[in-house]
Ligand binder design. Structure first.
Ligand code: ADP
Ligand code: MG
Length: 227
């Protein structure tokens, strides 16, 4: 009923490599889920399939009851822009744009006039501890500040789901913890669900539950079984 994102029997191969071997996962409204597992286990592939970045070879993905994996790229692209937000490890901000325009970009791409988009973007700077950083270029921000700009950009279009792939991977432990706290609080405050890929248990600790991936399969029975 409150299922926001459902992946059913997802499989994905790259040549001989089975990156996903039939994964079922359900993410509920407002829930923060960590996806953990060793390098190469299929975490990013799972995230990319759920987010409509990649088409699974088989299986289905449903967002709020609508099947999205079979949509054409153009539709999936619009969906990613309007219903999903993304935070990656590093470097996803456009270096030539000031922070506020980086945040405003998803709105502008969706047709919101520049001045209005920037106005809405600026509202995120205070809550995320970025006051007076609006005009800085990404190269003039610390790693933690840049990730907070990325969090603002992920949330500015009020997505249903935020996807984060190793969002603290390039940060020191302390900054990583602060960043996770802000990411979890900000998504919760906006009633978005959050899916975080990480291999750091401290990062996963901020989430409501954790699912473990091994060799393209979800392990069940580990700290909060998938259901
Ligand atoms: P993780 O994010 O857990 O480190 P990935 O989902 O990136 O793992 O990768 C799962 C498996 O699929 C790995 O064996 C990886 O080498 C392989 N793989 C991922 N993406 C590609 C690709 N584009 N081409 C070939 N193999 C890939
Ligand atoms: Mg990965």
């Amino acid at each position: 009923m409150n299922d926001v994102l459902v992946g059913q029997a997802l499989t994905k191969r790259f040549g001989q490599t089975v990156a996903l071997g039939g994964v079922d996962i359900t993410v509920r409204a407002g829930e923060a889920v960590a996806i953990m597992g060793p390098s190469g286990s299929g975490k990013s592939t799972l995230l990319h399939c759920l987010a409509g970045i990649m088409k699974p070879d088989a299986g289905e993905v449903h967002l709020l009851g609508t099947r999205i994996d079979a949509m054409r790229e153009r539709q999936r692209s619009a969906l990613r822009r309007t219903r999903f937000g993304f935070v990656f490890q590093f470097g996803q901000l456009l270096p030539e744009l000031p922070a506020e325009e980086n945040v405003a970009l998803p709105l502008m791409l969706g047709g919101v006039p520049r001045a209005e988009a920037v106005r809405q973007a600026r509202e995120w700077f205070g809550p995320l501890g970025l006051r007076s950083m609006e005009a800085r270029r990404p190269g003039e921000l610390s790693g933690g500040q840049a990730q907070r700009v990325a969090i603002a950009r992920a949330l500015v279009s009020r997505p249903a789901v935020v996807f984060a792939d190793e969002p603290t991977g390039a940060l020191d432990q302390r900054t990583g913890q602060d960043t996770m706290r802000l990411l979890v609080e900000a998504t919760r405050h906006n009633d978005a669900s959050l899916i975080v890929v990480t291999h750091d248990p401290n990062v996963a600790g901020w989430c409501d539950r954790t699912v473990e991936v091994r060799d393209g399969q979800l392990l069940t029975g580990v700290g909060g079984v998938r259901a």
